[in-house]
Design a protein around this ligand. Structure first.
Ligand code: CO8
Length: 300
């Protein structure tokens, strides 16, 4: 166990798949005393690991409640996301849940007795979108239920990969409310008004294939290709191998497409493109192409 733990915590792990298997095994089998030896911070509702060079994996870990999103879970998620965003050795993140549930929504039991004055004055949910403010790219690897806040959490990520078992939905209408974590807005941007109206007003779930057909997820990872987490880690490793200034600039300008008019967005993209000529990585990348060699990024 100690050696597998070492592999799990080593950034230069040779096999992402082997590390992921260890990660899953650890979730169920690792005694607390062993886990406490790890250099990664230990949390109650999430697990963190580094399955490949430059890649951090965050796994929601509240299995009995199907990863229902409660305030303590979000406090931990925010802390981990901020720490990874500030850690230069991490260049891309993957967020996942369990096979059964990415997250079955906000914790209904935590919310049910809240009053308007409490949620309004307490700015309930405001800190739950911290994820959208970080610079490094986040890939959501979704299996099982991604409902309500779970679907919204996936939509806060930059890329969504789904397993064939993924089930998305905004069922808040069934419990007398509406989406509160961006579901009405980000979903409408992703799949259009008519489909979003149907999903939000009827509360019906939609499949991984529908989400792919509608452009909400990048792709459904077929079972024969392995797990969606493996696929997300591989994709994150590719992103982590690029110039990080260019990656973060790329993320920023794509997001501008959702926040600005086309004209403003095009102007912003051009300005950010110009600014990259001030980086060493632009000189290195273009010189390497001209010299027919691989670039060596310094992320500067
Ligand atoms: N909140 C609290 N507990 C939950 C939740 C939830 N959202 N979902 C599941 N659980 C618990 C169940 O209560 C149950 O606990 P227990 O064993 O103690 O009774 C356990 O998880 C297992 O659930 P089920 O027995 O119901 O499992 P099933 O396989 O029969 O059903 C379902 C799975 C279909 C996912 C079902 O659990 C379900 O419908 N869950 C609720 C889904 C839902 O309505 N989600 C939306 C919640 S509202 C919301 O998300 C508002 C968003 C706010 C913004 C968030 C920003 C990120």
């Amino acid at each position: 166990m100690a050696s597998s733990l070492l592999r799990l915590r080593t950034p230069l792990a040779s096999s992402a798949a082997a590390v992921l298997r260890n990660h899953r095994a650890l979730r169920h089998a690792t005694p607390l005393s062993v886990r406490l030896m790890s250099t990664e911070k230990q949390y109650e509702f999430i697990l963190t690991s580094r399955p490949a060079d430059g890649v951090a994996l965050i796994t929601l870990n509240r299995p009995k409640a199907l990863n229902a999103l409660c305030t303590p879970l979000f406090n931990e998620l925010n802390e981990a996301v901020k720490a990874f965003d500030n850690d230069d050795s991490v260049r891309a993140l993957v967020l996942t849940g369990s096979e059964r549930a990415f997250a079955a929504g906000a914790d209904i039991k935590e919310m049910k007795d809240k009053e308007f004055s409490e949620v309004f004055k307490g700015k309930f949910l405001e800190s739950w979108s911290l994820l959208t403010t970080i610079r490094k790219p986040i890939i959501a690897a979704v299996s099982g239920y991604a409902l309500g806040g779970g679907c919204e959490l996936a939509l806060m990520c930059d890329i969504i990969l789904a397993s064939p078992t993924a089930t998305f939905g905004q069922p808040e209408i069934n419990i007398g409310v509406i989406p509160g974590g961006g579901g009405s807005q980000r979903l409408a941007h992703a799949i259009g008004k008519s489909r979003t109206m149907e999903i939000v007003l009827t509360g019906r779930n939609f499949s991984a294939q529908e989400a792919a057909d509608w452009g909400m997820v990048s792709r459904v990872v077929p079972a024969e290709e392995g797990s969606v987490v493996d696929a997300a880690v591989k994709m994150a490793a590719v992103i982590a191998s690029k110039s990080q200034i260019a990656v973060q600039a790329g993320k920023e300008v794509v997001n501008a497409a959702y926040e600005q008019s086309l004209q403003e967005g095009l102007r912003y993209e051009r300005r950010v493109f110009h600014s990259l000529f001030a980086t060493k990585d632009q000189k290195e990348g273009m010189s390497a192409f001209a010299e027919k060699r691989k670039p060596t990024w310094t992320h500067s």
